[in-house]
Design a protein around this ligand. Structure first.
Ligand code: SF4
Length: 238
């Protein structure tokens, strides 16, 4: 079993496991089948920042149609690349970032290929990925978990919000800091972490939404800090 940083309070681990089981029952098992090849996952995730999945896909398709290969994207004039990925928003920032990521990977590895991450020690793989421009722990974890079934946990806005409301992390812990804290609550098992990521994300999209959460439909009320403070019926005073 691989280790990232796994020090956590036992009570929180019990709570995290209970949350995991309830969400699994509610949303079902999520098989971790790679959806994209690793370079595609990495570059698409960079394109996905602050845009919709549909626009991310459109930007990716236009980029590959226009430049044909990773080497073509790397060598593309930055303004032409920005034009191609315009549907993804913030194209002027993303275009130089994508080019620099490709330049570094190709210069260091000799090709736009991330397969070496499958065998690299996990901490080293995280460090390597997060040293790339525009690649934070969420993007690095997505690539490692989705493409190589490495036991890490991507914390997106939904996973962060739901975990915070339930009380797995404190109210002041931001998404970046939440990565090592949340992963430490679970076994170092990629399928468990994938299930937790996907079911918590769905929960954040459908029930524990931004704004007013739909607690009346939630299976987590009895273990949720936010619910206990804000919604739980109070015992009648004598
Ligand atoms: S009980 Fe409400 S606040 Fe807590 S996780 Fe469920 S929907 Fe979110």
């Amino acid at each position: 079993m691989e280790q990232v940083q796994r020090v956590a309070d036992d009570g929180l681990k019990v709570k995290a496991w209970e949350m995991y089981q309830r969400l699994l029952e509610h949303y079902g098992h999520q098989p971790n089948i790679p959806r994209r090849e690793p370079m595609h996952e990495l570059i698409s995730t960079i394109l996905s920042h602050r845009t919709t999945g549909r626009n991310e896909d459109l930007a990716y398709e236009r980029m590959m149609e226009r430049f044909g290969s990773w080497e073509g994207v790397q060598d593309a004039p930055v303004d032409e690349l920005a034009q191609a990925i315009a549907p993804a928003n913030f194209a002027e920032q993303k275009a130089p970032r994508v080019k620099e990521v490709l330049r570094r990977i190709i210069a260091e590895r000799g090709a736009a290929n991330l397969d070496f991450l499958r065998e690299m020690p996990l901490n080293q793989a995280m460090t390597w990925l997060t040293a790339l421009p525009g690649v934070g722990p969420k993007t690095a974890s997505l690539v490692l978990l989705f493409c190589f079934a490495r036991p890490v946990l991507p914390v997106d806005t939904h996973v962060h919000r739901v975990s915070q409301r339930v009380g797995l992390i404190g109210p002041k812990v931001d998404a970046t800091a939440a990565h090592p804290l949340l992963v430490a609550l679970f076994p170092a098992d990629a399928q468990v972490l994938y299930n937790f990521h996907i079911t918590t994300l769905r929960h954040g999209q459908q029930i524990c939404v931004w704004g007013t959460p739909r607690c009346e439909r939630c299976p987590l009320t009895s273990i949720c800090n936010w619910y206990q403070v804000n919604r739980a019926p109070r015992a009648a005073l004598p």
